[in-house]
Ligand binder design. Structure first.
Ligand code: HMG
Ligand code: MG
Length: 299
């Protein structure tokens, strides 16, 4: 079986995990969560997003989070959807930016108030400028498998959008099953196609776990040559503009599964559970990951 020796975990809990929480999580709690995640060994993380606070009030403290949480030993990433967001990033010391756009038009209209084409046109000069200034740029490709409004998305359409970002010079593509609808065969097929067609870009899989298929999809993606996974501590998360979608696959369950397969992650599970202890009192949904439930029982 074709499995890597190591994988990279990109922790998205502080951003994707919290953006959907209705009650504002105190900024100091977010900071402690981020530092505990770093202590667990996570080396790449989405800290927050510079989006409109009217659209996503939970992320209104983005500048404060970034000012306090950047460290030199990890790649700390922030999301930004437009010029205003990127100008806010330029006011910080953060050096890694994630832009985001879905393959599907309707999802983009709901999420960023633009069509796919309008979003791409708006982002083009911004990405070129980020690259000129030496930033690490990640492009998050939403609805790569299914759209909550339009249904099935073809692998060719996803490949087409991915290629456009690669031509603009992005360093990484994070390709997302936004509503947790893909099955392992679809994951294997799309990631095999992307890996073959786009050999020179960092390629990351981002699975939401709505139908509890994410671990199976990760196993399938590993066999397609993928060794980078976005995950969220405690399985928190969801996009406010993707109705019904639940959290990302839980970091602790991914770490446990792949370490059992002999694949290193560099993440310490006990310390990761302690990071979840920090955020748990502030989340509206129970933490349902297998690893964390057992950790609590054995406490
Ligand atoms: P809009 O209303 O069309 O924007 O929203 P606008 O340009 O007309 O501006 C409206 C107001 O927002 C103005 O303020 C702007 O200054 C302000 P006003 O004059 O009314 O006082 N504004 C901003 N403020 C702060 N930061 C900004 C910003 N931009 C405008 N960056 C916009 C367009 C893109 C801003 C809005 O739709 C938005 O913020 N959307 C973000 C939605 C979001 O965060 N979604 C979740 C992240 S994506 C995701 O979760 C998917 C992912 O996980 C992968 C997957 O799972 O699929 C990555
Ligand atoms: Mg997501």
């Amino acid at each position: 079986m074709n499995l890597p020796n190591n994988i990279t975990i990109i922790e998205v809990g502080p951003r994707d995990g919290l953006q959907n929480e209705k009650n504002f999580v105190p900024t100091d709690v977010k900071k402690e969560f981020i530092f505990k995640l770093k202590e667990s060994g996570v080396k790449e993380m989405e800290l927050t997003s510079f989006v409109s606070p009217k659209w996503v009030p939970q992320m209104q403290d983005a500048s404060d989070i970034v000012d306090s949480c950047l460290t030199i030993d990890s790649r700390d990433i922030v999301l930004a959807p437009n010029k205003k967001g990127i100008e806010r990033v330029y006011e910080t010391d953060c050096q890694s930016v994630a832009v985001f756009v879905g393959v599907s038009n309707t999802f983009n209209q709901k999420n960023i108030n633009k069509s796919t084409q309008e979003a791409l046109e708006g982002l083009t000069p911004l990405i070129l400028q980020l690259k000129e200034r030496g930033y690490f740029v990640r492009a998050c490709i939403s609805t790569a498998f299914y759209c909550p409004y339009e249904g099935k998305v073809s692998p060719e359409d996803t490949l087409d959008l991915c290629k456009k970002f690669v031509h603009l010079g992005v360093d990484e593509l994070s390709v997302a099953d936004t509503i947790g609808r893909a099955n392992p065969l679809e994951a294997f097929t799309l990631f095999s196609l992307l890996r073959t067609e786009l050999p020179d870009v960092l390629l990351t899989a981002h699975f939401h776990d709505t139908r509890k298929m994410a671990l199976a999809n990760i196993f399938a993606s590993l066999q397609a040559g993928i060794d980078r996974f976005d995950t969220s501590a405690g399985g928190l998360g969801g996009c406010p503009f993707a109705p019904g979608a639940t959290g990302n696959v839980a970091t602790e369950d991914v770490v446990f599964m792949v370490e059992e397969l002999g694949i290193s992650t560099g993440v310490n599970l006990e310390k990761l559970a302690q990071a979840i202890d920090v955020i748990k009192p502030y989340t509206s949904r129970p933490i349902e990951s297998g690893y964390y439930r057992l950790y609590e029982l054995n406490k």
